[in-house]
Design a protein around this ligand. Structure first.
Ligand SMILES: Cc1ncc(COP(=O)(O)O)c(C=O)c1O
Length: 387
């Protein structure tokens, strides 16, 4: 790598990178799913014929209710948004049965993960803080914690790639401030039962924040759902995050939220940027929150797509992790890893997500698409694996 430019100070030069703390310098940036345009350029393909099953987006298309709400909002876009998000918070407040003072809005739920890290992993001079997350847990937990200079405690996954909640509780140290739990988890698609989560919450001391990330909650079958808001009422150290990026279909607009008791919510709102969620994002979210038809269709399309992918993987003799989200982790590589299969899929205009960064070099994470997109993926994968 080339040496970074130097700044001159009182005659001596300081390499710019040394201004940043070591924990920032050692951060590896988040690698997202490849954009369609990039793959089109790289492989000389027609962007119209590329399918992206790499970022767990909603294949159903943008909700019409949200589109109408945004169009109505257009003429007001010269104004800043309502920094308190009154309309969206009142809709959420009704939906989840909590006062508005329990809700924090974020530019995606990712924003809330950062706010939690910023508030609780900030250390006073001379102190340390640590954060706990699971092996194969959503990678942003590690990133936001490291960005605060926290000590990272990664617990081993349980058999079947899920969170080992007992191990996570046992790993709590005197300086632990935050534990991140995703249910279902990305990229494994694993799910922990509510009785296990409640037993875990009972073990965590109230001085430690538990962040329960429910980004994929709407994809759970009705009999697997649970009332985490009820837990928020009972556990003042619990923050539950939700997103509009998945089942609600608004990933590009960036809107998510958390529910937590007012003491924690107040802290999050102190560090939140005043206008962190745009007005089109808020009106769209308000509209789609009550768009039961879109939500039901998202759910049904995902159930059918999961079944379609699982059946195909079984036919191909591929190991996969049964998923509770809108994506599946499937093992396609042997010793050489999944890189070659991924490359062949890209050449055929299909973008999926390699997960070597998660310590899963032989696996790919494939988002559920429309029936047609899933078929294209299955055809290409069959061709590549049987070549
Ligand atoms: C488990 C989990 N949490 C949070 C997020 C963040 O999503 P967003 O910032 O779009 O709300 C994602 C996105 O993929 C995720 O998989």
């Amino acid at each position: 790598m080339n040496a970074l430019p130097q700044i001159l100070k009182s005659g001596s030069s300081v390499p710019l990178e040394e201004i940043a703390p070591s924990f920032i310098r050692s951060l590896s940036p988040y690698v997202g799913g490849k954009p369609i345009e990039e793959v089109a350029r790289e492989f000389g393909l027609d962007p119209e014929r590329i399918i992206k099953l790499a970022s767990n987006e909603n294949p159903l298309g943008f909700p019409e209710s949200a589109r109408q709400a945004i169009l109505k909002e257009m003429s007001d876009l010269i104004r800043y948004p309502d920094g308190n998000g009154f309309q969206l918070k009142s809709a959420l407040s009704q939906r989840y049965g909590v006062p508005q003072e329990w809700i924090t809005l974020g530019s995606g739920s990712n924003d809330i993960l950062e706010l939690v890290a910023q508030v609780f992993l900030q250390k006073d001079p001379g102190q340390t803080s640590s954060a706990i997350y699971s092996e194969y847990g959503f990678i942003i937990y590690e990133l936001v914690s490291q960005a605060r200079g926290a000590r990272l405690i990664r617990t081993q996954a349980r058999a079947g790639y899920g969170h080992d909640l007992d191990a996570m509780a046992a790993a709590i140290a005197p300086d632990t401030k935050v534990i991140f739990v995703a249910n279902p988890n990305n990229p494994t698609g694993t799910y922990e039962t509510p009785d296990k989560i409640e037993a875990f919450l009972n073990k965590v001391p109230s001085r430690v924040i538990v962040l329960l990330d429910e980004a994929y909650n709407e994809y759970l079958e009705p009999e697997l759902r649970y009332d985490s808001t009820e837990w928020v009422r009972r556990y003042p150290n619990l923050v539950v995050t939700h997103t509009f990026s998945k089942a609600f279909g608004l990933a590009g607009l960036r809107v998510g939220f958390s529910i937590a008791q007012p003491a924690v919510t107040d802290l999050l709102n102190r560090v939140r940027q005043p206008f962190n969620v745009t007005s089109p994002a808020m009106v769209a979210a308000t509209a789609v929150l009550n768009d039961q038809d879109y939500l039901s269709r998202s759910y049904a399309l995902n159930r059918a797509g999961l079944a379609q992918l699982n059946t195909a993987f079984e036919k191909l003799g591929l190991e996969y992790v049964p998923s509770f989200g809108n994506f599946v982790l499937v093992k396609v590589g042997a010793d050489s890893g999944a890189g070659a299969v991924n490359l062949e899929l890209l050449k055929r205009g299909i973008i999926v997500r390699p997960v070597a960064g998660y310590g899963l070099p032989e696996w790919l994470r494939i988002s559920v698409g429309t029936a047609e997109e899933n078929n294209m993926l299955i055809r290409a994968l069959t061709e590549v694996l049987t070549a």
